[in-house]
Design a protein around this ligand. Structure first.
Ligand code: G3I
Length: 322
């Protein structure tokens, strides 16, 4: 039958867990047949790639890149500078500002250079804001000041001038304050001539966000003129974290409606700005949401057995609508 990558007029992808890709044939099959873009769920994060100062571990990330090349899929790089998933040697690094600057620059440039010609786009900075619109007081900000963000983009650009560089964050659809802060940062980077080409909306969203808030998040991001990536899409259906919740047909139908609305709003953007849509993993058994809420949830388009859910049909309906 027809698959998402055959239907979509823009790249459509999933975050991939390398272990599952290697060990679970049904997972591998869905990633191969449905998607033409992949993001490493964890394998390209700082702690995974750069576990000690002099050691880089490329094994898992290279495996994903090889897989993508064999399957004509794009690799989206996630993520160079984030406050989480840092190795202990970074969080305990005791040194001067100049040395910290060098640490950031070296990490960015080593990683971007390693994947040059293979990874054409990067989430350069991830989640620099708090929900109240203030800059998060991450270790990077503490050591390097607010403008670490701009310099991270400059360093990535130096290493690969052809790469598309993204700022990625969450909350556009539920916090106007945060959205405004993010959009004003990316607009000011653009105005200053900082090399930024895209904005990633993570879109870890849920049944209780209205379709109109979802659409506003997408259209206001596009008003920056940058490419837009729905970078980590999933739609949680148990935001009250009830441990007794079950995935009823009513929830499945509501979720289908949400997926359709998100994809429709994205599809309505100018083609040149549609970098793509990526769901955060593949099947409901694999989602980070279950660990986060310690509750049952079913946020993805495939079920625990990698069968298509109504959510999948909602995506298809949006892709097929005119
Ligand atoms: O691999 C180790 C394993 O060896 C160890 O035994 C185990 C014990 O905790 O941890 C494993 O690492 C975990 C890793 O996922 C792989 O499963 C980390 O603890 C855990 O923190 C990590 O969680 C990831 C999280 O980012 C933090 O990096 C999630 O899988 C991943 O889905 C999540 O993704 C983030 C995006 O990068 C950014 N936006 C939000 C999104 C959801 O939180």
């Amino acid at each position: 039958s027809t698959t998402l990558r055959q239907l979509a007029p823009f790249p459509i992808g999933a975050a991939v867990n390398i272990n599952l890709l290697k060990t679970r044939p049904a997972y591998l099959n869905v990633v191969k047949t449905e998607y033409n873009s992949v993001t490493a769920e964890n394998a390209m994060k700082f702690g995974a790639l750069h576990p000690s100062e002099a050691v880089y571990n490329w094994t898992d990330a290279d495996y994903l890149v090889d897989f993508a090349q064999q399957n004509n899929a794009r690799v989206h790089g996630h993520t160079l500078i984030w406050y989480k998933s840092l190795p202990g040697w970074v969080t305990s690094y005791q040194d001067s500002t100049a040395t910290w600057e060098n640490l950031m620059k070296t990490h960015i440039q080593t990683v971007v250079t390693h994947f040059k010609g293979k990874v054409a786009a990067w989430d350069v900075v991830n989640e620099a804001f708090e929900d109240d619109g203030q800059l998060r007081n991450s270790i990077w900000r503490q050591k390097l000041g607010d403008d670490y963000i701009a310099r991270a983009f400059e360093y990535a650009h130096q290493a690969n001038p052809a790469a598309l560089l993204f700022y990625n964050d969450y909350g556009h659809e539920y916090s106007t304050t945060k959205r405004t802060a993010i959009l004003s940062l990316v607009n000011s980077l653009k105005t200053r001539g900082v090399p930024i080409h895209g904005i990633g909306l993570q879109m870890h969203t849920s049944s209780n966000i209205s379709n109109s808030n979802l659409a506003t998040a997408i259209t206001t991001a596009a008003q920056t003129g940058l490419k837009v990536h729905l970078a980590e899409l999933d739609i949680a259906m148990n935001r009250d974290a009830l441990t007794t919740a079950t995935f009823t047909p009513a929830l499945a139908a509501a979720q289908k409606d949400k997926y359709r609305a998100v994809v429709q709003a994205f599809k309505a953007l100018p083609a040149a700005q549609r970098y793509g849509i990526t769901t955060w993993n593949v099947g409901d058994a694999d989602t980070w949401v279950r660990g986060y809420c310690s509750c049952p949830d079913w946020p993805l388009p495939f079920d625990e057995n990698y069968q298509r859910k109504p959510a999948y049909d909602g995506i298809v309906e949006a892709l097929q609508s005119t």
